[in-house]
Design a binder for this molecule. Structure first.
Ligand SMILES: [Zn+2]
Length: 232
């Protein structure tokens, strides 16, 4: 008979240890046998004789479920089996009251639910922050470039704001609202949408050359946007 070592028993003195035996065996109490046994001084006894046959097996694998099921069960036991390859007893799972497993499952589900609701609230909050940030940026663009059409200011803010929003955090969002950063976002937008910059790039012009070539046109548009007159 393979027998759990003394050290394994001593490590958790309050724990009942049940063995899933490798060989045929007979109960020292009733002469019967079974899939699990409890070692006593008189020899192995079956789950019925050990008064453990009302417990059900919960396989190892889900640490939270196992911990909760053990907490919820008035009586529980750890099931071990000897590994010939590793030369030691290994945990297979636990024996607990069936209602303890049900309760543990409900608690784990409620946790998962709570986490999902938390994620949802965080997403809503981030979205609200994004909208607020885009609005502030659009206002700032309109203040610095009163000639820039309102819809255009919004689209520049939406595009540039993507970098300053959500996961990048508030300080980055604040930096994105300084006049230098706003000028860069506006220039980039004008370059792409109001000049033939993209065509120059597609035609193989290097970026610096293409920027030089469209600069007069970009400056002209920015001058107009900085003034009071609206775009024709
Ligand atoms: Zn028995």
């Amino acid at each position: 008979m393979d027998r759990p070592t003394g050290s394994e028993r001593q490590s958790r003195p309050s724990e009942l240890l049940v063995v899933s035996p490798l060989r045929e065996w007979n109960c020292a109490g009733c002469g019967g046998t079974g899939e699990l046994l409890l070692m006593e001084d008189a020899g192995p006894i079956c789950m019925h004789c050990a008064d453990l046959d009302h417990l059900v097996f919960l396989a190892a694998g889900d640490a939270a479920l196992t911990r909760r099921a053990r907490q919820a069960s008035r009586l529980s036991a750890v099931v071990v089996r000897f590994s010939r390859g590793r030369r030691r007893y290994e945990r297979q799972g636990i024996l607990v009251e069936e209602q303890a497993i049900e309760r543990a499952e409900r608690e784990c589900l409620a946790d998962a639910d709570a986490r999902a609701r938390q994620r949802e609230r965080a997403a809503v909050r981030r979205e609200a922050e994004d909208i607020e940030f885009h609005e502030r940026m659009a206002h700032e663009i309109e203040r610095l470039y009163p000639g820039c059409p309102g819809k255009r200011a919004e689209s520049i803010a939406r595009h540039a704001g993507r970098r300053g929003s959500g996961r990048v955090g508030r300080s980055a969002a604040g930096r994105a609202l300084d006049p230098g950063a706003i000028a860069l976002a506006v220039i980039a937008s004008v370059r792409h949408e109001d000049t033939h910059y993209d065509e120059l790039l597609m035609a193989g012009t290097d970026r610096a050359g293409a920027r030089d070539e469209v600069r007069p046109e970009v400056d002209r548009i920015l001058d107009r946007w900085r003034g009071k007159q609206t775009e024709a």
